[in-house]
Design a protein around this ligand. Sequence first.
Ligand SMILES: [Zn+2]
Ligand SMILES: [Zn+2]
Length: 585
Amino acid sequence: MRIRFWGTRGSVPTPGPSTVRYGGNTSCTEVRTDDGSLIVIDCGTGARALGQALVTEAEASGVAPRGTILISHTHWDHIHGLPFFAPLFVEGSEWDIYGPRGLAQNLDRVLAGQMEYHYFPVALDEASADTRYHDLVEGTFNVPGAVIVSRYLNHPALTLGYRIEADGAVLVYASDHEPHDVALAGGEPIPDQSADGRHVAFLRGADVVVHDTQYELANYGSKQGWGHSTMEYVVEVASEADVGTLVMSHHDPNRDDAAVDDLLLRAQARARDGLEVVAAAEGTMIEVLARGHARAAAGDASATAEPALETLAPCVVVAIDDPVLDAAVRAAALAEGLTVERPDEHGADLSDAVVVVDADDSRFTGIGAGALSVLGATRRAVPTAIATTVSDWLVLPCSIAHVRTKLRAAVLRRAARWLAAPVGPDEQARLASLHRLAVLDTPPDPSFDRLAELARAATGTPIALVTLVDEGRQWFKAHLGFDATETHRDESFCAHAILTADVMQVPDVLEDGRFADNPISVGPGRIRFYAGAPLTLHDGNRVGTLCVADRRPRVLSDEQVTELKRLADLVVDELEARAGIETSS
Ligand SMILES: [Zn+2]
Ligand SMILES: [Zn+2]
């Protein structure tokens, strides 16, 4: 996979003699996979020159240009080149355009907005190419040549970062993004279980990361809440995530070439051993070399799932006493067309509600159980009072636009009615234990098949698997009645099952908001029932499951649950014996 920069500037084009080396065009990056597939990330003004190059190439080859366009978000500096992207006006040309789904308006309408009569002489639907629009939420999707994972970033408009895996290599594009917690802007270590910790996880192991580094700590103060990163924060995130090469991009319009040089030197001085730091320069190319961290299995279409927004009609329940914060959340919810209630107005059943709780206020401890999702507002990295399951954090101070974005993400995440399992606090130790077993990607083995067969017989189910939950995938040591040999971790039921010590049963996946729209529940070969017993090693780490599944809803008896657990223990004994791990029991 190769990438080439056509626009590296943030916010507004800055042509002129002082920006010739790094370039004055706004965001546009070209990605080519080894099979020649083309992915264009963002269409700032850099897209104009890229479009001309593609048309010239097409004229020479006689093949009309085609490809994938990924839009991170629809701020001007990421879409302004789209009306000037010549291949959209070439007959026979084919484009798939992906970008974040809105609540009220779809991507194609938002993009068409900047080409309305008052702003532009040609309407978007007059473009003669065959263009298809795809609205995205968080998840995984396939494009020609690559598997892509999308994740929301922290920006005042709903923005997606893209983790692109192709040819065994990993490229992450994360622009525009601000530290969730502004206290980390100086490059402080990032707490694992925080929203910024999740950002580290999204970047983990990437061979190349292209990241917004518009600011640095010294000039960040007055720009808090604008949705951009400091160089110090990004270098820390990339170092912790074991990134190969960090490409600083979305250069501030106030930074001339010499200033970018200086910023780059300071970033390189901060980078930990093994992390290379470069600055994106218009016209330059980077080869994305695989270091063995690609983790996407065959992708699915979870990111393009159509959320059930109408049936869901979520309400925002505000558990906040601070009048300023309360007013901000209410204004944001109303602007998104969501109804607002206080906890006493709403009643005990929160299954239709997004709860926003002041996580620093102990009076609200425990609120939010059973809610669609819980947004915790806090004034610091580690909130003081919270004892509830928070799905996302709102770190204060932040603008109403930021609150809107967070609410929208919360609704869209849950509207799709399936959730990737959170990563447990012991993940690094868990992965180390799993890798010590040296079992991943080994050939099938009759002993494990036999244990899976016993699980099938004991529970009367047609499907049984021995699964190992790896960093980005689940891999099957045995799989009876189920064709795939691995799946993406996002769609893994077992990744949920390993979060607790007990057997996890899902009697009917269609009635469980975590699994109803999971590709395994709705795709071909769908399942309706799942039960998984965690494989708990003698060091306490849960590395996978022995699980059974059925194509109809059901519940296991107590005896069947006990037998499944017993067989899971036998799987563990077998795994540890093969790895030569001595156990005392
Ligand atoms: Zn931008
Ligand atoms: Zn932006």
